[in-house]
Write a protein that binds this ligand. Sequence first.
Ligand SMILES: Cc1cc2nc3c(=O)[nH]c(=O)nc-3n(C[C@H](O)[C@H](O)[C@H](O)COP(=O)(O)OP(=O)(O)OC[C@H]3O[C@@H](n4cnc5c(N)ncnc54)[C@H](O)[C@@H]3O)c2cc1C
Length: 345
Amino acid sequence: METILFLAHTEADGTLGKAAFEALAAARNLAGGLAGSTLIAGLVGGDVQPAANQIASCGAVKILGVTGADFAPSRYATDIVAVEALTRAAAATLVVAPATSRWNRVFAGAAQRLGGRIDTHATNVSAADGKPGITRWYYRQRMEAVVQRTRRPWFILLDPGCGAAWTGTAGAAQVETIPVALTAASKHTAVTGVQAPSADQQTIRPDAKLLFVAGAGWTKTQPDGRAHSDEAEQLILDFLARTKASLGSTKSLVDLSGEGQAVLKFMTHLNQVGQTGSTPRHTKGLATCCHGEEPHTVGWRFINERRAVNLNPGCSWAQGKADVLYVADAFAVMRHVNALLAARA
Ligand SMILES: Cc1cc2nc3c(=O)[nH]c(=O)nc-3n(C[C@H](O)[C@H](O)[C@H](O)COP(=O)(O)OP(=O)(O)OC[C@H]3O[C@@H](n4cnc5c(N)ncnc54)[C@H](O)[C@@H]3O)c2cc1C
């Protein structure tokens, strides 16, 4: 008999983010598949009541909370005691939580303190033959495994974007507050604020429908014998501003940026998609001036519809890796696309 704890932290406004609702949906499905199991919700934040109200009808037998100003910011020393306290209070055997940057930092430590085990980058949790299991991809998304464990508590961090988010009606929820005694050492680190780029400067947008990928071709010598990096920058930024697409890159392009060459200034290694980069999950992807080599396209594993613009009809996208390949000059194509978007706006 498993006790499943859905464990989430609130966003700055006290509500839950999309990844938390996805983890909640997975935890509910798991509870539904394990006869005799119990679902409990645990929330951490400055004020968790708005989040509790959002999930009032989720079916959890109770909602536990660790709240207060000390638990508003992301801070390892306070987050770990909150996770520990909620897991103990729920007597949880399984803890299902969203793999946010905040939780990613702290869950392994909490599992260690509680003598449990942890799996990160899970893409789903499910029940088979009355036993819980997770799915996880290996070898850069080329192989999928189902993992089961007997050790408890078992902490499971679910990658965002892998499953549907729970949607249910909000209500007035009762939160059972779990007291946590903090020591001076827990507050050794003072969180003085958050520095983040504005929405338009932030080019990595996991929730965007479209992933726009730029390749090294944008910086290469073009048919007129010159490179046009400045125009490339302007075309790409214009497109991103108009569509709010997320920006990806090939390794070749980000490596050029790292070597200090005159390239796309807004590109960093965080934008890199592929075997040694990220594996984003967007509905659609458009690759431009990118050859589509295997180490790059392995990062497109979860992109449902792939299109590419390349001057070369024999590029790797043409070898069955793209659904549609436009054999065309990406400068001309994006100039035209931006003009159409401007006209529509
Ligand atoms: C172990 C290993 C791991 C790797 N991991 C990754 C990874 O994680 N991610 C990754 O991206 N790569 C990775 N690579 C590198 C990968 O193999 C490729 O070298 C890289 O992705 C190529 O980048 P590119 O397509 O931007 O550049 P190029 O291969 O130089 O291709 C540029 C393309 O632009 C096109 N082009 C030029 N001008 C235009 C124009 N005006 N209009 C349209 N098209 C144009 C050209 O036809 C060409 O196809 C890895 C390699 C190894 C060995």
